[in-house]
Design a protein around this ligand. Structure first.
Ligand code: AMP
Length: 123
């Protein structure tokens, strides 16, 4: 099921991070997005970018989200440059739902890099 919450009632862990109820290591912030270090990094550099506006996942998006989605992809490349992994290469991933391995139901992009990444899809 897809949902949209306001910042105030977003019950996900990322909602708590946005409201600064729990700490995060922020690497970039503006009025539209927040980027912070993943708490359980799966590569030497593992950053999450989240929109400040809540929606569950890619399934919840409509054409009204085109600008925000494009903005987030552009920010992913800027953050990769800032973190020093743009030249060596990196991966941008969004997980969707149970089979996609999504744990946190607030849309986010993973930026992974800092070493040669393994196969895109595990078992
Ligand atoms: P996903 O499985 O695509 O929903 O990814 C959720 C990610 O959020 C995982 O990589 C977690 O390690 C990460 N995560 C969960 N809680 C926190 C937190 N408090 N701070 C930073 N990252 C977190």
């Amino acid at each position: 099921m897809t949902t949209r919450y306001t910042k105030e009632d977003n019950p996900t862990i990322f909602g708590k991070i946005l409201r600064q109820e729990i700490p995060s290591t922020v690497v970039y912030e503006d009025d539209k997005v927040l980027a912070f270090k993943d708490i359980a990094p799966q590569a030497p550099t593992h950053i999450l970018i989240i929109p400040k506006e809540h929606f569950t996942d890619l399934n919840a998006t409509t054409e009204g989200d085109v600008n925000l989605l494009g903005y987030m992809m552009t920010k992913a490349s800027e953050i990769a440059k800032q973190e020093g992994i743009a030249e060596s290469g990196y991966r941008v991933i969004t997980n969707i739902g149970a089979d996609g391995g999504q744990e946190v139901p607030h849309f986010h992009l993973h930026i992974l890099g800092g070493h040669k990444l393994g196969a895109l899809v595990g078992e």
